[in-house]
Structures are given as C-alpha cells and as structure tokens.
Design a protein around this ligand. Structure first.
Ligand code: ZN
Length: 106
C-alpha cells in the first residue's frame, strides 16, 4: 500500500546536496523566517526532514547578530551558517569522523 502523502514533489528520500543545505540555510536566515511548513514546501521535503537537517546544521540555535554565511575553512569549501567570527568549520565537517579524531588527538 502506498503512503497517502507520497506526492511526486516530495523527495525526502533523496540525499541532501550542498545546494539543498545552502537553500535551507538561506531560508532559515530570512527575516522573518518563513514557517517551517513553507520551507519544507519550497525544498520539496517533509517538515520532519527539514527539522532534522536544521538541527544537524545547527540552524535553529544559530540565529544571532554575528551570524552570517561564511565559507568553511576545511577542504569541503561549503558556505554555511556561521554563528560568529570564530565559527569557521561547517557542521558537516565537524560531524565527520576525521574531525572527531582530530579533537580526540588534540
Ligand atoms: Zn566543511
């Protein structure tokens, strides 16, 4: 049986691309921030998927006067939502196994 809400524009089984992350970050940075249902609609994903990505990228807690899009200092080169000047490594790199190893060895 097919899930009733499995409409064709919902692609939350597709992996998130860098472009998706940037779009999500941009939408979160908008003032006023659009409702999450609208963000989900724009990105063609479920609200739950938006919420989990937002928390993975620390978007929900990042809004502040120094927050802006900055380029990650690590090799990934992503533009990400940086909370302040000292925050220069994106959430994806921070959660990578390599970075966790660095922390352990430091
Ligand atoms: Zn990075």
């Amino acid at each position: 049986m097919l899930a009733p809400d499995r409409s064709p524009h919902i692609n939350d089984s597709a992996p998130w691309t860098d472009a998706d992350h940037e779009r999500l970050t941009e939408l979160y940075m908008m003032s006023p921030r659009p409702p999450i249902e609208q963000i989900a609609g724009i990105l063609g994903r479920r609200v739950g998927a938006i919420q989990s990505q937002a928390s993975r990228l620390s978007l929900a807690s990042s809004a502040g006067p120094q927050a802006k899009m900055r380029k990650c200092m690590r090799a990934c080169g992503r533009t990400f939502l940086s909370v302040n000047y000292g925050h220069r490594i994106c959430g994806m790199c921070k959660s990578s196994a390599e970075f966790q190893n660095l922390l352990r060895c430091a």
